[in-house]
Ligand binder design. Structure first.
Ligand SMILES: [Zn+2]
Length: 201
């Protein structure tokens, strides 16, 4: 059977899209240390809650810098968050939420991309935040894959600790060599490309 273009359009018109379809999306907020990623995430959480949406917040279990069951930004704003060890655990909780927020997304296993896509495909708004590069300037965790599947990517900058230029790199100033070293300004400084290259060559 031949279907004309006009009939195709009619088929589409007859389909009723549920309102949740327009909410289905993945928003990724990324950047270096001290660029306000968590603050952006928490602002989004508060805005969605103010609009009457049910928001669940998750974070990787390893991050216990400030509080066990909260996401806290460097400027000490905070919301309650569920700490999870594996990204798949998020799928045990998300169905009752309208919006799912995930902080420090770079620390999750690679399945986090699949998890975010599943939730968005089920009509959820997924807002995730994380470091885009580790201290060696390499892509961090599943961030490259998440950038590809995200509907929206917001790249934030920090201020270079040396020249006050636009910082994209997180330079480690501590002696610790593991990729996962959590900390505040005693361990990392944000640097612009020129100052980062100057210090790393
Ligand atoms: Zn600089």
């Amino acid at each position: 059977m031949e279907i004309s273009q006009k009939t195709d359009v009619n088929i589409l018109r007859r389909t009723t899209f549920s309102p949740r379809v327009k909410n289905a999306q993945i928003q990724l907020i990324c950047g270096p240390m001290f660029s306000g990623k968590t603050t952006h995430l928490l602002n989004a959480v508060n805005e969605y809650r103010a609009a009457g949406q049910k928001v669940f917040v998750f974070k990787p279990k390893l991050d216990d810098r400030y509080a066990e069951e909260a996401v806290v930004s460097h400027d000490k704003k905070e919301v309650e968050a569920y700490p999870v060890s594996k990204s798949m655990e998020i799928l045990d909780y998300y169905m009752n939420a309208d919006v799912i927020a995930v902080d420090e997304v770079q620390f999750f296993d690679e399945k986090i991309t699949e998890v975010c896509e599943k939730m968005a495909n089920d009509g959820k708004t997924v807002v995730i935040a994380g470091l885009d590069m580790d201290y060696l300037g390499q892509p961090f965790g599943a961030i490259p894959q998440l950038m590809v599947v995200a509907d929206e990517v917001k790249k934030l900058n920090s201020v270079c600790a040396f020249c006050s230029g636009r910082a994209r790199f997180s330079h480690r100033v501590s002696e610790d060599n593991g990729v996962v070293v959590l900390g505040e300004k005693d361990k990392y400084v944000p640097l612009c490309r020129s100052c980062y290259n100057e210090l790393n060559t």
